[in-house]
Design a protein around this ligand. Structure first.
Ligand code: MV4
Length: 444
């Protein structure tokens, strides 16, 4: 196991990593920006190094500064968490070259999955079902229109360098295609510096179901079943649960086995998530692969009673992966609510100082947060202030427990999305498990 790990992140995920390290007797180094001096991740780590001013570009995204901190502190590995540098191919390569173990997949796999069109080609080759569409990227609007007519409208045009919903346009007919194509291209060029686009059949009102996977980098792969992530707004997830109410046991097995097949063929190392769109007939199609530990990993931890951060550290340290697929079982139902410092009606960020704070507790209740009474939510970073995760014997119990826990959660001084979560949990369609990616827009 490592002697010392540097955590290239802040907030709740930095705490989550520090906790896993402590339990494995690994020393920790926090990094922080000028305005994060009083943060919990700084207080909880064994050592802390300031890496620059508030703006992420100058601190948490500042590769030179972070590498210098790793040198000074004499760390032997770097955990990137999620966001910031977690899926930066160059950063992973620099870690590899400078002799710091990057706790995640190889830079090669990060790069491969970063190009959504290339990722799709690779997955297709490994036998993963993909949405019918163009064979790789399309050269121009003329070729694009031919392909669109072949697959039939509606189609969706996606920027190859995009992801998470950016640089996507739907076209319902030939006329709107021309405009949609150029819009997706321009958005890709502007936002990601690449105007490469590809085309797919548009799946209406799909569910977003993702499979948690792990690989040992030598061809052994495992899956930890699915997370249902359809409750989102503008591609920001609000609430996640596991298992999904929308798939049968047979589909669950097929999705798990297919995902493991891909992980093994790739010789993928460490944690990954394979995102699928699921239509009303339970057809599932590969969308993207995330090459990081995700925000919503706790629902899988609670559902399976397995510590995924510990697994990440063990795999990165080169320990043999002794866990067997048969040992990974669904032992109940878990739900996570992302509590954001936002107006629950307009979703506008609402930074400020917390003047009163009480976190829920009790059986089956978990709060992953770096907040405390008197903490100031800063405008420079993401507005998520806490994740409330509950576990229950079944979905009904988990919903009841989440409602109870949300009632106990007090955050004063700033607006939060707690009231929105209460409304979602009381909604008849949610209670019946009748959800899709259209849920929030339809009902809220
Ligand atoms: C789609 C789709 C329908 N058909 N692709 C959005 C995020 C990006 N990862 C892919 N996305 C979608 N791709 C086809 N062929 C619908 C979406 C989509 C979506 C996906 C997951 C979660 C929420 C979503 C909200 C709107 C659209």
């Amino acid at each position: 196991m490592f002697n010392k790990v540097l955590i290239a992140n802040r907030g709740e995920i930095a705490l989550r990593i520090i906790r896993a390290c402590r339990e494995l007797n690994v020393k920790t180094v926090a990094v922080y920006s000028d305005v994060d001096r009083d943060s919990l991740h700084v207080a909880m780590a064994d050592e802390a190094v300031c890496i620059g001013p508030a703006q992420s570009r100058a601190s948490y995204l500042n590769v030179k500064s972070i590498m210098a901190a790793a040198e000074i502190a004499d760390a032997d590995a770097i955990h990137p968490g999620y966001g910031f540098l977690a899926e930066n191919e160059d950063f992973a390569a620099i870690c590899e070259e400078s002799g710091f173990k990057f706790i995640g997949p190889s830079s090669k796999h990060i790069g491969m999955m970063g190009n959504k069109s290339a990722a799709k080609d690779a997955m297709k080759k490994f036998g993963v079902p993909v949405v019918p569409g163009s064979d790789g990227s399309v050269a121009d609007v003329k070729e694009g229109l031919e392909i669109a007519k072949q697959i039939g409208f509606p189609v969706i045009i996606k920027a190859a360098a995009g992801g998470g919903g950016k640089g996507m346009r739907v076209a319902h007919n030939e006329m709107s295609f021309l405009n949609a194509f150029e819009m997706a291209r321009a958005e890709g060029a502007n936002a990601f510096g690449s105007d490469e686009v590809y085309i797919e059949k548009f799946i209406e009102e799909p569910r977003h179901v993702e499979i948690q996977v792990f690989g040992d980098g030598k061809g052994k792969g495992l899956h930890f079943f699915e997370r249902e992530c359809s409750i989102q707004r503008r591609h920001q997830k609000l609430l996640e649960e596991a298992p999904s109410t929308g798939i049968s046991q047979a589909t669950r097995k097929k999705m798990g086995d297919t995902s493991v097949q891909a992980v093994q063929a790739l010789q993928y190392e460490n944690a990954g998530t394979i995102e699928y769109l699921v239509d009303k007939y339970e057809n599932f199609y590969f969308m993207e692969m995330n090459t990081r530990i995700q925000v919503e990993h706790p629902v899988t931890e609670m559902m399976t009673n397995i510590d995924l951060l510990q697994l990440q550290l063990r795999i990165a340290a080169g320990e043999p992966l002794e866990l067997k697929q048969e040992d990974i079982r669904i032992v109940g139902h878990a739900i996570e609510c992302r509590i954001n410092a936002e107006d629950p009606e307009t979703f506008r960020p609402c930074p400020g100082t917390i003047s009163g704070y009480n976190t829920p507790g009790g059986f089956g209740t978990r709060v992953d947060s770096a907040c405390y009474d008197g903490y100031t939510v800063l405008p420079y970073y993401d507005s998520m202030i806490a994740k409330l995760i509950v576990f229950g014997k079944n979905r009904e119990m988990a919903i009841a427990r989440m409602k109870r826990a949300l009632d106990e959660f007090v955050v004063e001084g700033i607006k939060t999305t707690i009231p929105l979560h209460k409304r979602i949990l009381d909604h008849h369609a949610f209670i019946k498990g009748e959800i899709s990616t259209a849920f929030i827009e339809r009902y809220f």
